[in-house]
Design a protein around this ligand. Structure first.
Ligand code: MG
Length: 202
């Protein structure tokens, strides 16, 4: 919708006011009107990721690379860190590099019980090689019990460190399922994430 509005605005501009290509050859959506200016660089891209894992007794609960004491944990081929899996998918999606299943198939014995921090470091490297820098990540974990708030600062630190980001670029939030659905019944952990990246390749 905004794009249509901007295109209409552009059609009313003189040649000197129309968007110009930047040094990388990308066209910035920059329009100057009588009383305002819009700048939307086309090099910014957003990605979304989500993950859900069943909880079972005898599994270690690991979220954001942090071990959390609890009597149940997520079932999966790796350590089943739903938060990191969702963040990996958000980053890969923003860079159109596929998804976590493509890069770390659960049929590979090499990833059995692997730390998902390994996946996250590798995803950061893939984005770097593809010419993207990460602007910020936001995420939400859905878990009925235990309370995650005391563990969030360590999760942020681990995620930021794996991606060579500042902690201020990573946000982790937590919600219960209000007793509803698989999360609310304490049967599953869910995570959702979005990532903003910027193309920096020349
Ligand atoms: Mg997963």
């Amino acid at each position: 919708m905004k794009r249509v509005v901007l295109k209409r605005a552009a059609s009313r501009l003189s040649e000197s006011q129309k968007p110009r290509r930047n040094s990388r050859g990308n066209r910035n959506s920059q329009f100057r009107t009588h009383n305002s200016e819009f700048i939307i660089p086309d090099s910014y891209r957003v990605g979304i990721g989500s993950d859900l894992h069943r909880l079972a007794p005898g599994r270690q609960l690991i979220l954001g690379g942090v071990k959390i004491p609890f009597d149940k944990g997520p079932v999966g081929h790796s350590d089943a860190d739903a938060l990191i899996h969702a963040i990996c998918d958000a980053l890969l999606g923003a860079a159109t590099l596929g998804d976590i299943g493509r890069h770390f198939p659960d049929t590979s014995p090499g990833w059995h019980n692997a730390s998902s921090l390994v996946f996250l470091r590798h995803v950061g490297k893939l984005l770097d090689e593809a010419g993207y820098k990460i602007v910020n990540i936001d995420s939400t974990v859905g878990l009925e019990k235990p309370k995650l708030a005391p563990h969030i600062p360590r999760m942020v630190k681990k995620i930021a460190s794996a991606l060579r980001l500042k902690p201020g670029q990573v946000s982790v939030k937590a919600k219960t399922g209000e007793g509803l659905g698989a999360v609310g019944r304490g049967e599953a952990v869910r995570a959702d994430a979005v990532a903003l990246v910027q193309e920096v390749k020349s």
